[in-house]
Unconditional design. Structure first.
Length: 130
């Protein structure tokens, strides 16, 4: 099991590349939402599995996220020991780096474990050029 102990360990995680395709509808702004109800990773403290539903909404620019590649990327977390906050922000950073959206929001809605439910929200907005 790969264990991520700090944000600096993000880059050390071995994950498949996120594939993108050209956005053929750039004449208007629109949003795309993915719901990923079967996300799994591992608690880095206990080694127990964590389960979550991820909701990802983005406003594309020139590229769209290719779904099969997204599935392979997401499934690669299955044996990674990583905290909820880290994994949510890592996914956001990787998706933004892959498709360079105008805006992206991600919600990691983790199942209850030990009597605590965790929901992590992270947002990216491309800076306005001046």
């Amino acid at each position: 099991m790969q264990r991520v102990k700090a944000a600096a360990d993000f880059e050390a995680i071995e994950l498949p590349a996120i594939q993108v395709v050209d956005n053929l509808v750039q004449e208007r702004s629109y949003s795309v939402t993915f719901t990923i109800p079967e996300f799994t990773c591992v608690c880095p403290m206990t080694g127990q599995p964590d389960f979550a539903t991820f909701r990802i909404t983005y406003v594309p620019d020139a590229h769209l996220i290719e779904l099969k590649g997204l599935k392979l990327y997401i499934n690669a977390y299955r044996n990674v020991g990583i905290f909820h906050e880290f994994v949510t922000n890592k996914i956001l950073s990787d998706l933004v780096a892959a498709c360079h959206p105008l805006r992206m929001e991600i919600e990691g809605d983790f199942n209850v474990r030990g009597g605590i439910k965790t929901v992590v929200n992270a947002t990216y907005e491309r800076p306005q050029s001046s």
